[in-house]
Design a protein around this ligand. Sequence first.
Ligand SMILES: C[S@@+](CC[C@H](N)C(=O)[O-])C[C@H]1O[C@@H](n2cnc3c(N)ncnc32)[C@H](O)[C@@H]1O
Ligand code: SF4
Length: 465
Amino acid sequence: MLNAAFPENILFESFTFPFFDFNNKACHKSISEAFFSKPDPQPNNGKRGLYIHIPFCETICTFCPFLKTVGTEKRIKQYLEALHKEIDLQSKSPLTLSWEIDAIYIGGGTPSVITPAQAFELITSLKNKFNLTNNVEITFEVEAKSATQELMSALKSSGVTRISFGVQTLDVNIRKHVNLTATIEDIKNTIEMGLKYFDDVNIDMIVGFPGQTISSALSDIRNSIQLQASTISLYPMDYVTVLPKFLDKIRKGQIPEPASVKDRWIMFHKAREILSSNYKTQNMYCFGIGNTSPCKYMFEILYGGYHDQYIGLGSGAYSSIRGLIQHNTLSERKYIDSLLEKNIIPVENASPGHAYEKSFVYFPKRLKATLSEATSLNIDSSILPKLEYLENLGYIEKSLDEVKLTDLGIRHYERIMVFFLSDAQRRIYDKMCRRLEGVLGLNSDGSMLENCSINGRLGVKNTLS
Ligand SMILES: C[S@@+](CC[C@H](N)C(=O)[O-])C[C@H]1O[C@@H](n2cnc3c(N)ncnc32)[C@H](O)[C@@H]1O
Ligand code: SF4
C-alpha cells in the first residue's frame, strides 16, 4: 500500500544521504568504531570508494557552499601532514583492510593548490596503503589558474585517470560578479593541456547564475561545447546551500537578481537538451563524448545503492558505510591537532541510519535503477507501490529488472528523489526544509517571504509539467 505523499514542492535535492539524526544522543565515536573495527561482512557486494578533501582555494567564488578557505604554504603543509596520518590510521582499520577500492576522488576546495610533489606523494601513499582494484578510477579536481604542466605530469605518473574542473560560466560579466578569477584563456589552456595527459577531462557548468536569462544561459552552454572537453557536467545553481553572505549581496543589489524559479527550471532542462544533442547523455547531469563513462566514484558509489560505500578523509569529509553516515570535524585546526597530537581521527558526527532505499533515492540522478536491489534488501513492499504510482503517472518505464526515468520523469527528478525517502528520513528532510525556510526567509513552496524584494526567485519550486 502507498502511504507516502508524492511531494509537491522541493526546496533542495543536493543532499547527502542518509541524513544525520541529530536527536541521536549516543556517543558518535562508539557508533563509528562499531563499523570500522570489524571487517566488512559482504566485501564483494557493491563498490567501494575513498573521498579525499583538500579545503583550500586560491580565491573564493561567492556562490560556493563547499568547505574551503584561502590557504598558505605553511597551512597546506600542516594539513597534508595530518591527512597522511589519517590515511595511515584509516588504512589499518579492520573494515578498510577487508576492502578493495574501486574509485578515489580527490576533491575540494581545490586540490590543484598543492604542489606537484605533494600531489604525487598523496596519491602514491593512497595506492600503497589501500587495496585497489586493477582498474581503479582516480579523479583529481583542479582549477584553471593552478593547473600547470608539472602538475598534470605528476598526476598522470601517479595514476590519476581523470581530471575535473569548474568552468561554471564563460560570461565574463557574471564571472566578475561571483569572483570567478580564471581567464577564458586559462580555461582553454587547462582543457588543452589536460587532454594531452588524460582521456577524460570534465568541466562543470552551472545555469541559473544571478543576472542570467534563459537565452544568455543557453548561449553560455553552447559556448561551453566549443571548448571540446570530453565530459560536461551541468548543475542548476543551488540557492539553498549557498552561504548567507551571497544571498545578502543579492538582497542589497550588489549583484543582479537571479531569474525566477520557473525560468531557472526551463534553463536547466533546455541546457540538458542542447548538451544531449552534442554529447551522449550519461545521467541527469553529465554528458560525454564517445565512450567516456560517468565518474564511477560519483555515480556508482556516492549516488549508488546501499552496498556502495565510501570513506571520506580530510576535514569535513563524509563517509557512508551500510547506512552509517559520519563526517570529520569541519575545523582545520581541530583536524590537525587531533591527528598530529592525539593520533585520533576527529569524527564529529555519526548516525547509524539504515538507508536501504539509497539506490532509489539517488535513482533519478543516475536515470536508472535495478528492481532486484529492492527485492534483495527486502524493501519491495515500500518501493514497488511507489514505482507503480510513478509508472501510472508516466514518470518511469519498467523492463525486466530495469527501471528508467521517462522524459516527463526527468523534469520531476527532485520530487521523485524525495518520494523514495523512508518515512523516518522524510521526517528529517521535512524538518530541515522548515529550518531552512526560517533561515533563508523562504515560504514552504520555495518562494521568498513577502517582505523580501526578490519574491519567488530563490527557491527551488518545480511543480511545472
Ligand atoms: C569543489 S568545486 C570544483 C573544483 C574546483 N575548486 C573548481 O572550482 O574548479 C565542485 C563543483 O561544485 C559546483 N558548485 C559550486 N557551488 C555551487 C552552487 N551554489 N550550486 C551548484 N553547483 C555548485 C561547481 O560546478 C564546482 O565546479
Ligand atoms: S567553486 Fe571551486 S574554486 Fe570556487 S570557491 Fe568553490 S571550491 Fe573554491
